[in-house]
Design a protein around this ligand. Structure first.
Ligand code: UDP
Ligand code: MG
Length: 335
């Protein structure tokens, strides 16, 4: 059985053709097809189309979110409903070609856990392609998961991976990184990419800054997600040592300076000036010391809170809300 998870956000015009192509591939290659459409709060009649397809064909199931929760949440909800041994994700806009599915399965069967698509020749405008190249380079370099196209909508997963990778927000761009961090084997496969036929892209230029911030989150999550006190506590210790060290050095210099100067101070005036200077300089030194100690304390307390969260985090981390489902959905998707 081959499950396909398809996030849908205002793609009504594409669904009929997409389903027809999926059926054609399944028939040709003898797959038992399981199509899961996740309607991520569409307002264009996508859900009506999904209901129609599910009514016509029992291989189609649909999940409708109450509002738009994002592609990552849609994929998560779809993953929870997967019945097949393998799951293929595809974008709903017909940019991903279902005829590539057999190639993905062949790679998975060669011993990989996740096969990510690589849109080597892209049919998108340059202002999408260029930033995407830079982004992919950065992700590969920073995370060590070397893929040309982390954000390709077309990916194939072994079922075990799905239960372990939790996405939210726009973390769908990092599924291979999150999976690799759990020890799964990742590979890639060059896919034919098609131009968008209907509708428009749902991701604008703001995805650049979001993608970069998410990259930092993912780097932190995959490296220190289970031990946040290590980096935060280290910063706390550095701040404390820096503050105390600086204060100690200044105090030492001042003691040496005054002990050298005292015999030379003769008049009461000079003594007063020197005392005022020392008092004001030691006050500012103290303020600096307190500053670094407070910084240190903040990092330490944040680390403690983070550890508490990690230690007591409940099992239910879903952040979407399902309004209704259609087709023979399994209990896993509706619970
Ligand atoms: N999508 C979604 N929720 C969103 C945005 C997008 O489910 O909030 C779906 C969308 O319907 C499509 C896929 O994610 O099936 C990829 O979106 P899009 O084609 O707009 O991205 P692009 O190809 O331009 O990167
Ligand atoms: Mg697209």
């Amino acid at each position: 059985m081959l499950s396909t998870v398809i996030p849908v956000y205002n793609e009504a015009e594409s669904l009929e053709q997409l389903f027809a192509e999926l059926c054609e591939v399944a028939t040709t290659h003898g797959y038992e097809l399981d199509v899961i459409f996740v309607d991520d709060g569409s307002t264009d009649g996508s859900w009506a189309k999904i209901v129609e397809l599910a009514g016509r064909d029992s291989r189609v199931r649909g999940i409708r979110f109450r509002r738009n929760f994002g592609k990552a949440a849609a994929l998560n909800a779809g993953f929870a409903a997967v019945r097949g041994e393998h799951a293929m994700t595809l974008d709903a806009d017909l940019q991903d070609d279902p005829h590539e599915i057999p190639n993905f399965l062949a790679k998975i069967n060669s011993g990989l856990d996740v096969v990510s698509g690589w849109k080597q020749t892209r049919h998108d405008p340059w202002h999408k392609v260029l930033p995407s190249r830079v982004f992919n380079g950065m992700v590969s370099w920073l995370t060590g998961v070397k893929l040309h196209d982390h954000n390709c909508g077309m990916k194939c997963y072994r079922r075990e991976v799905l239960g372990e990778v939790h996405m939210y927000g726009e973390l769908h761009r990092f599924v291979p990184v999150l999976a690799a961090a759990r020890g799964f084997k990742i590979g890639e496969h060059v896919v034919q990419h098609r131009a968008r036929k209907f509708g428009h892209s749902k991701f604008g230029v703001e995805r650049l800054i979001k993608g970069f911030l998410d990259l930092l989150t993912v780097k932190f999550l995959t490296t220190y997600g289970r031990r946040p006190m290590h980096p935060l506590g280290t910063i706390a210790a550095i701040a404390a040592v820096w503050g105390v060290g600086q204060y100690g050095c200044r105090a030492l210099v001042e003691v040496l300076w005054t002990s050298g100067r005292t015999p030379l101070i003769s008049s009461a005036d000079e003594q007063l000036t020197s005392a005022v200077y020392l008092a004001s300089s030691s006050t500012s030194d103290l303020v600096t010391l307190y500053f670094w100690l407070v910084v240190s304390l903040l990092f330490f307390l944040t680390g403690l809170l983070a550890e508490l969260i990690v230690a007591t985090r409940g099992p239910n981390r879903d952040i979407f809300s399902i309004a209704e489902t259609v087709g023979h959905t399994s209990d896993r998707s509706t619970s």
